[in-house]
Design a binder for this molecule. Structure first.
Ligand SMILES: [Ca+2]
Ligand SMILES: [Ca+2]
Ligand SMILES: [Ca+2]
Ligand SMILES: [Ca+2]
Length: 698
């Protein structure tokens, strides 16, 4: 098998060298990304004569070949580079499906930044590589990327060219910058204008000129937002309350809780990076950020970025055409418009008929055809098909732009030049990266393929999704399982479930919950749910799930006595704050009160829990065991008094960082539990609890 492949491949290499016309190294018109930064070092095990450097030489006709049906190619950049996606031109003989997984290098650590993505790599008789759909990655600054490829068949892994899609992000702050064209306003102190809050410079800032202020952002088109990242400063340092409002269908509504943060002052103007503020996930036309500082500090924001969990991880090849079969320019829905229609009306490019008719304007140059959806949609792909006639290919477009209308002007989303080799009634696919919803899209054709009289588009499809997406998707962990639940969508006929980008349901899911079993505990899974609509499949809403036995500590990893949730209280803390018994750190610190007798530590959950088990662990120090508790009670608070649930005496033989577990019988849910320690294990100075866990009844 291998020998045969090698032989076929060497024939293929010869054919490529002999037959493929050379392509200019500087331009790769068919790829959307940009070339990798200059100075990039590329490495990867390769077959003789097809080194890794061929994958970044700007030439679609040269390629890297791993020499087997799997391979990894690694790019190291000269400096951290903002990346949101990777587009690959690949070839395979024979054609096969290949799984691509992308890893990113950040802070000297490689992590997976894309789900394993299955793409089909074609064999082309003109020896051209397949330009694959772009693979989205977690937007970030990466010092390098690794692309791991596994071919399903016995084809060798070969990459002709790699291009990268730049992320719209700022160093030091998570999330993406507001979209290009966003306007920002807000009363400001001279020299510290509102625009400073979206200039991608963490040291420049907007200052309202008083302790209260508001910034308003207006987006060029509906923009997906699920949380807001703010870099702020305050002088003097103080508590600041932030409240977010969103503009939806013309009205402003509060979309976050009012959140209080302590904001520092830095003489170098280094801002405080706030924990992201969650908002109701949706597509907003604008945002208002209300800032209320305490005391004499002025309201100031250094930078704002947006995060969205809404539009990522589109499963490839799952998107249907979302334009219905049109029988006139406005029936059954939407509106078809065109520069003009001489021989065939505009809707005939959307009637799903492969006949000799299509949209045909009266000129072969600078003509446009648009479709307006009933509500905004996010398109990521379109197809074009020549009519069923021998002149179809010469009348098909050659150079064009695909555009979205933002309400004021047309925004170019995709540009194609020199597209030839059309065949009658055979569609070509064009994918592009877009996270923005527009209600109107158009193709603006600059030129056709040579027919002197007519430009004709037989059929055109638009793929993407309308905003009928699954909302409030929650992943509840279980033992070797995850249960997904979401809000029912009344426009959906069913749902599809995705695990790491692969559909896992056999038939359409008709309830709004789904249990995935057979998973590995503690592994991270990227899970998604899409809605099946009359117009096709919606975008996939994603969530991360980590299967965990129900038998686990339900106190979150605490970073303060109140964060991320609940409340830690204690009789007192001499050194080592109360939360340090719940911070999941096995260091020398823990909760340490100022006496070895009659001290207590409590944790209050946000809702009542039925605890039946707890663990206690000494700190990571030789004195840990002697400072550990010896006699104690575990109590639950019933709203009036403490109820003893478990009492222990004479518990000795502790070892540093080794937990002891205690089980008791309880069927009452309390929201607050405490450990009341009567005595320690002999250390004359300190009682210390390194870590404590609480486990619920199954
Ligand atoms: Ca190349
Ligand atoms: Ca700034
Ligand atoms: Ca047609
Ligand atoms: Ca600790």
């Amino acid at each position: 098998m291998k020998t045969k492949t090698a032989l076929l491949l060497s024939i293929y290499v010869c054919l490529m060298v002999l037959l493929v016309p050379s392509v200019s190294a500087s331009s790769l018109p068919s790829m959307q990304g940009e070339a990798v930064p200059s100075g990039t070092v590329v490495t990867g095990e390769s077959y003789s004569g097809s080194p890794a450097t061929n994958a970044i030489d700007g030439d679609l006709t040269t390629y890297w070949n791993s020499g087997s049906s799997s391979g990894t190619i690694q790019l190291n950049f000269t400096s951290p580079t903002p990346i949101s996606g990777v587009q690959i031109a690949a070839n395979a003989f024979p054609e096969t499906s290949e799984v691509y997984t992308i890893y990113g290098l950040s802070n000297d650590k490689w992590t997976r930044i894309s789900p394993p993505t299955t793409l089909s790599v074609k064999w082309n008789s003109q020896y051209k590589p397949t330009i694959l759909d772009p693979i989205s990655v977690t937007p970030g600054f990466y010092s390098g990327i690794k692309i791991q490829v596994n071919a399903a068949g016995y084809s060798w892994v070969a990459i002709s060219e790699i291009s990268i899609l730049r992320a719209n992000i700022c160093s030091g702050l998570d999330g993406e910058m507001p979209p290009k064209g966003t306007t920002i306003t807000g009363t400001s102190y001279p020299g510290t204008e509102a625009v400073n809050a979206i200039d991608c410079n963490l040291l420049s800032y907007w200052n309202s000129g008083s302790s209260n202020g508001m910034l308003q952002l207006n987006f060029p088109s509906a923009t997906a937002v699920s949380s807001i990242n703010i870099a702020a400063n305050a002088y003097p340092e103080t508590d600041v309350v932030y409240t977010i409002y969103g503009l939806l269908h013309g009205s402003w509504n509060q979309i976050s809780t009012s959140t209080r943060y302590f904001v520092n002052w830095s003489p170098q103007y280094n801002p405080t990076l706030l924990t992201p503020i969650s908002v109701t996930p949706d597509y907003y036309d604008g945002l208002r950020i209300q800032v209320n500082a305490t005391g004499t500090s002025w309201a100031a924001i250094s930078e704002i970025t947006l995060s969205s969990s809404l539009v990522t991880g589109l499963p490839s090849d799952s998107k249907a055409n979302i334009i219905p079969p049109m029988s006139s320019n406005n029936f059954p829905s939407g509106l078809v418009e065109s520069s003009n229609a001489n021989l065939g009306d505009g809707y005939q490019a959307f009637d799903r008929q492969d006949n000799t008719q299509g949209w045909t304007p009266n000129s072969v140059q600078n003509q446009w055809l648009s479709y307006k959806f009933a509500s905004p949609v996010v398109l990521v792909k379109y197809t074009i098909k020549p009519v069923n006639h021998t002149v179809g290919p010469s009348r098909a477009p050659k150079n064009w732009k695909f555009e979205g209308y933002d309400g004021t002007k047309w925004v170019t989303l995709d540009t194609r030049t020199g597209i030839t080799d059309w065949k009658a009634t055979v569609a070509k696919d064009f994918s592009f990266v877009n996270n923005t919803a527009y209600d109107k899209y158009r193709i603006f054709v600059n030129d056709n393929n040579g027919d002197p009289q007519y430009l004709t588009i037989g059929e055109m499809e638009m793929m993407g999704f309308d905003l009928n997406i699954v909302k409030n998707l929650v992943a509840t962990p279980g033992d070797h399982s995850i249960t997904l639940s979401w809000n029912p969508l009344n426009t959906a006929t069913g749902y599809n479930i995705y695990q790491d980008g692969v559909k896992i349901n056999q038939s359409s899911v008709t309830t709004n919950t789904y249990k995935i079993t057979g998973l590995t505990n503690s592994n991270t899974y990227h899970l998604g749910v899409s809605a099946l609509l009359l117009s096709g499949e919606s975008a996939t809403t994603l969530v991360i799930g980590i299967p965990t036995p129900s038998d686990f500590n339900i106190i979150p990893k605490m970073s303060s006595n109140t964060s991320p949730s609940g409340l830690v209280e204690f009789s007192n803390a001499y050194y080592g704050d109360g939360y340090q018994a719940f911070d999941r750190q096995d260091n020398t610190q823990g909760w340490t009160p100022n006496s070895v007798q009659n001290q207590w530590l409590s944790y209050k959950f946000s809702s009542p829990k039925t605890i039946v088990r707890y663990t206690i662990k000494p700190v990571n120090h030789v004195v840990g065991p002697s400072r550990a508790p010896k006699d104690w009670k575990l109590e639950g608070y019933d709203g009036t008094k403490w109820v003893t649930l478990d009492a222990r005496t004479g518990i000795i033989d502790w070892q540093a960082t080794l937990a002891k577990e205690f089980t008791f019988t309880n069927s009452t849910a309390y929201d607050k539990y405490r450990l009341f320690v009567n005595n320690n294990n002999g250390d004359p100075q300190y009682l210390t609890i390194g870590e404590m866990e609480m486990i619920e009844k199954n």
